[in-house]
Design a protein around this ligand. Structure first.
Ligand code: CP
Length: 309
């Protein structure tokens, strides 16, 4: 049965834990030719390094073939072809479509018109569910649980789609969120309402210092999303407002890990990279296993199939 992954909000706690189990299996053995004969299309209407390459690596390691584009300018969308027609065409050729698009809601729309599963690889400032699966996997691996954690979201909480998806996924696990951002980039009202409706604890700060960090299990740092600003003067004013330095980690909890969806610009200084709390490069590596799980799941391949393969 066709089942797209458009938003993390649709996934139950059981489904999330099931996908994490699948990711664990793929981490044990990433090369399994379980998608032999399948074709995965990657349609990237916006730039990407990690998401596209890890999805394509996942498809290749599972034995599928990959088609797609990284620049919509080389496609017939420049001649006026609509997203609907593009999706209809690609679904003639591929078994699953992984799509990143600059418009919020584009993945939902694609899933409604597509006869094959759509995986949302990021739609505007809205959602990035596959990133959330690898974030959850990273949190689970490092904390040995997803329950009752103090999670600090820092930076651009307005436009950062990864924090929006993470917040929704964590509703099952009784987190306490700390939203740390300048007022201009604060968590949008709709997500605060979501927290209230789902009994998610949150507090908002503007301070980011050693004392604040000392209470965190997870520091989730985000880049200020230059591409979403209409006023670049505004971007210049806020872009360097929070910069994590190694000297700020002296009182951090032993279990605390620093996550970042990457790319980093200036918000984590390079002296943090060698600190044992830094986990962002391993986090990106976990993307391969999480995305192997997602591709299999949307194609109806079960954990049992994977274990028995
Ligand atoms: N984290 C993330 O989405 O990175 P890319 O933009 O490089 O895919």
């Amino acid at each position: 049965m066709k089942q797209s992954l458009v938003t993390i909000a649709n996934l139950s706690k059981e489904k999330i834990m099931y996908l994490l189990r699948m990711a664990e299996e793929f981490e044990k053995r990433p090369d399994r030719k379980i998608l032999d004969g399948k074709i995965v299309a990657t349609l990237f209407f916006e730039p990407s390094t990690r998401t596209r390459l890890s999805f394509e690596t996942a498809a290749n390691r599972l034995g599928a073939k990959v088609i797609g584009f990284t620049d919509p300018k080389v496609t017939s969308s420049t001649k006026g072809e609509t997203l609907k027609d593009t999706i209809m065409m690609v679904s003639n050729y591929a078994d699953v479509i992984v799509m990143r698009h600059y418009l919020e809601g584009a993945a939902r729309y694609a899933s409604e018109v597509s006869p094959v599963p759509i995986v949302n690889a990021g739609d505007g400032a809205n959602q990035h569910p596959s990133q959330t699966m690898l974030d959850l996997y990273s949190i689970y691996k490092t904390q040995k649980t997803l329950e009752n954690l103090n999670i600090y979201l820092i930076g651009d909480l307005k436009y950062g789609r990864t924090v929006h998806s993470l917040l929704m996924a964590m509703r099952h696990f009784n987190p306490t969120f700390h939203f740390i951002s300048p007022r201009e980039l604060s968590m949008p009202e709709e997500y605060k309402i979501y927290c209230q409706e789902h009994h998610i604890n949150y507090v908002e700060h503007e301070n980011f210092n050693e004392e604040v960090i000392s209470h965190a299990d997870i520091l989730y740092i985000t880049r200020v999303q230059r591409e979403r600003f209409t006023d670049l003067m505004e971007y210049e004013r806020v872009k360097d407002i929070y910069i994590l330095k190694a000297s700020m980690l002296k009182s951090a909890r032993e279990n605390m890990k620093i996550l970042h969806p990457l790319p980093r610009v200036n918000e984590i200084s390079y002296d943090v990279d060698d600190d044992p709390h830094a986990y962002y490069f391993e986090q990106a590596r976990n993307g391969l296993f999480a995305r192997e799980a997602i591709i299999c799941d949307v194609l109806g391949i079960t954990l049992e199939d994977i274990i028995n393969q």
